[in-house]
Design a protein around this ligand. Structure first.
Ligand code: KG4
Ligand code: ZN
Length: 357
């Protein structure tokens, strides 16, 4: 791509419980962005219900696209690329977003880019910050927990992942057992922050650290869930008291922090090894990046290894249309676009295959 005209990219995200659309330019400007969260709808079920999510995307998406086009003050003809999340995610929602994107692309004869949602998360820091390949990405959300060596737009190597629950899921399940609302991560963080005697809390509620010090970069959180359930069962019947809840939340979060420090240290070494030379940058993306204790622990480990660590603004860290538009541009700019026959993929692991059918 060597003409100097600013390009306009429409991005559509519908893979989970956010219906979001953005228009981003090739000059890294978000000129319009709308995110509709379905959280109030799903709260009553304690988690995202796929069928309901798909219907809500269908109800909302057309209006959101219209709003965003109005905000941007451009016409569909002015778009240069149309990008839509094509997986991994809840298949009904992914299909709704893809069909809308494909229809716009077909009607106005624009290139369509099928974006891998995970790749979009880890490329987004390049929209908001000066990040250069290669870098290490830690993706920690309600559905994903992964270390990726990001060598290029279409060249990402998974260095580690969770073998059971995602990190955000572990927060949400623990919160649910403690009687806290969904999504539970922010509530656990707040309780942990208010814990008065942190040493006593950790001593009172011992928890396992699955895979700690093991010679790989994987995570496991399901053993923690079982241990938390046992601690709760050993308490007197009824609601958990405020100070018990603060202690338990702190013990849980502190265990997570220790696990992440160990796994990250290994992942940075593995990235160095895989890359053949030292990295200088890493990024954290996904909703759990909002947790200050986790964020600070990651900063410490990274700075000990002379690596700068950045996280995009929270709005770009969680699911959003701007990240899809940006990833769409990064791919298109590398000569990658997709036929309208490209399928919706409920599973779509990252790696070399993350840009093709
Ligand atoms: O990226 P995200 O908004 O949605 C996806 O899962 O794609 O991440 C949501 C997850 C939820 O599991 C939520 O509990 C967790 O991020 N989360 C947190 C915090 N804020 C959000 N977990 C721990 N501490 C937080 N402050
Ligand atoms: Zn996501």
């Amino acid at each position: 791509m060597n003409d100097n005209k600013v390009k306009y990219i429409l991005g559509i995200e519908t893979s989970c419980d956010e219906t979001s659309v953005a228009i981003v330019t090739s000059e890294r400007k978000i000129i319009a962005h709308e995110i509709y969260s379905q959280i109030e709808t799903h709260k009553q079920y304690g988690g995202v219900v796929p069928e309901i999510a798909a219907r809500e995307h269908l109800d909302r998406l057309d209006d959101i696209i219209k709003n965003v086009m109005e905000q941007a003050k451009i016409d569909y003809q002015d778009l240069d690329v149309v990008a839509a999340t094509s997986g991994p995610g809840l298949i009904g929602g992914v299909m709704v977003g893809m069909m809308a994107g494909k229809t716009i692309a077909a009607t106005y004869n624009k290139p369509f880019v099928a974006v891998n949602h995970l790749a979009a998360h880890v490329l987004t820091p390049r929209l908001s910050e000066d990040i250069h390949f290669p870098y290490l990405a830690l993706l920690v959300s309600g559905g994903h927990t992964q270390f990726l060596l990001v060598r290029d737009v279409d060249d990402m190597v998974e260095l580690g992942t969770t073998i059971d629950d995602a990190l955000g899921e572990a927060f949400d399940k623990t919160a649910k057992m403690m009687g806290l609302p969904y999504p539970g991560g922010p509530f656990i963080e707040k309780l942990a922050h208010n814990c008065e005697d942190k040493l006593a809390a950790v001593a009172r509620f011992p928890l396992p650290k699955p895979l700690y010090k093991k010679p790989n970069c994987n995570f496991s959180f399901s053993g923690l869930k079982t241990a938390i359930a046992r601690h709760i069962q050993s308490m007197p019947e009824g609601d958990i008291g405020a100070s018990d809840a603060q202690d338990l939340a702190y013990a849980f979060q502190d265990t997570i922090v220790e696990i992440i420090k160990d796994r990250l240290s290994r992942a940075l070494d593995a990235a160095h090894h895989e890359n053949g030379s030292a990295l200088s940058q890493m990024v954290i993306v996904g909703g759990v990046a909002a947790n200050r204790a986790i964020y600070n622990a990651i900063q410490n480990v990274a700075s000990q290894k002379n690596i700068s660590c950045v996280t995009p603004p929270l709005k770009l860290c969680t699911d959003n249309g701007a990240m899809i538009a940006w990833a769409g541009w990064e791919l298109y700019n590398k000569g990658i676009s997709h036929p309208l026959s490209f399928p919706a993929k409920p599973r779509w692991p990252l790696g070399k295959s993350s840009v093709s059918n």
